[in-house]
Design a protein around this ligand. Structure first.
Ligand SMILES: Nc1nc2c([nH]c(=O)n2[C@H]2C[C@H](O)[C@@H](COP(=O)(O)OP(=O)(O)OP(=O)(O)O)O2)c(=O)[nH]1
Length: 140
């Protein structure tokens, strides 16, 4: 089975998290599901570099991601492929972006995240965000 390394950003702005909705996909288990923006790591890229590239491509934002912003890794087997997904926290002051590749988005507080229909691989990340203090703090 094919296996991909994927990076994803938990973008936090004003104490809320950016949840992006995928468009239709040939795989029904990820089609129209909510996810964190990001994508596949290309050969030779560091995870943080891949995420900076993906956020520029998908959302037209320039962010700084350090290996220190690492949050957690989830491995998930889908019926046709498997992914190992590394999630990073990305706190931004400017909440604006362009939606280049997704079909919709939501900014949600941590207690609201589970209301969405997430890609199955993301559920452990959403649970960890709910339990973490990453959204707390007075500035962001
Ligand atoms: N980006 C992202 N992908 C996720 C998440 N959860 C999840 O299961 N996935 C899956 C969906 C995709 O099959 C895979 C990532 O591929 P992608 O389609 O976003 O990556 P990419 O932009 O590099 O895609 P491509 O060039 O191959 O089309 O991981 C998530 O939170 N973010």
């Amino acid at each position: 089975m094919k296996s991909f390394e994927v990076v994803a950003a938990i973008i936090v702005c004003g104490g809320r998290v950016l949840c992006m909705q995928r468009g239709e996909s040939k795989y029904e288990y990820v089609s129209k599901k909510f996810e964190f923006p990001g994508g596949k790591v290309e050969p030779g890229e560091r995870n943080s570099e891949a995420l900076v590239r993906e956020l520029k491509e998908e959302m037209d934002i320039d962010v700084q991601i350090a290996e220190d912003d690492y949050f957690m890794t989830v491995s998930h087997d889908y019926p046709d492929f498997s992914i190992t997904m590394h999630a990073f926290i990305c706190k931004v002051d400017d909440c604006s972006f362009t939606m280049n590749e997704h079909s919709d988005f939501r900014w949600l507080g941590k207690s609201e995240l589970m209301q969405l229909d997430w890609a199955p691989a993301d559920v452990p990340i959403v649970i960890a965000i709910e339990d973490s203090e990453v959204l707390d703090g007075k500035r962001l």
